[in-house]
Design a protein around this ligand. Sequence first.
Ligand SMILES: N[C@@H](CCC(=O)N[C@@H](CS)C(=O)NCC(=O)O)C(=O)O
Length: 218
Amino acid sequence: MYTLIVGNQEWSSWSLRPYMALVATGAPFKTEVIKLRQPPASKENILKHSPAGKVPVLKSGSEIIWDSLAICETLAERHPEARLWPDDSQIRARARAYAAEMHSGFPDVRDQLSMHFSQSLPLPELRDDTKAQIARIIAAWEDTLAQHGKEDGFLFGRFCVADCMYAPVVSRFTTFGVEVPAQVKAYMDKVWALPGMQSWLAAAKEEVANGFSGLYPA
Ligand SMILES: N[C@@H](CCC(=O)N[C@@H](CS)C(=O)NCC(=O)O)C(=O)O
């Protein structure tokens, strides 16, 4: 039985990624939520689970795995039946490149369109760098969907780790009303409708209803 330690679900985009991968494995797991941005308690609570001091953290018995991409990779390796990466080596390499690009990039999108999973927000005045990063993501999605999306309508056909890594961007583009081409909108709607996204949404709504997770920054 896995335990996935996550940040609060309204905001914690990094936590959503391995959550989506874990749901896709079908393995039993429980989620433990740490409230973020409550100094010093947040950091102290995270450090009880991981010396890296960040969520998400996956616990499997006494083993801990931290970092969203490392968790997704580990799940892909340990649950081959879930086929969390494409079967074809060249396509898998592309999927990995797109996943890594998300993991290490798009800082302005993350800064200006910070995740508020359950709340529709007005699009702020976007910086040029943010606009360029949004355009890059849309172009990347158009490209992968055109080349590989036919099978199931995800970036590389079947749902895979690349979709997990971009799931928070789907949320951000949806809640901020970013304009996207029709094919990209269809992809976003498909991801948004996934059971994992909907269960995350229910938890995020509950947090907001309980008075935690207002707008960030306040
Ligand atoms: N590269 C890390 C980033 C993790 C990260 O920045 N997590 C945030 C929450 S979304 C966090 O733990 N913040 C708490 C803190 O910095 O004190 C990953 O992919 O998991």
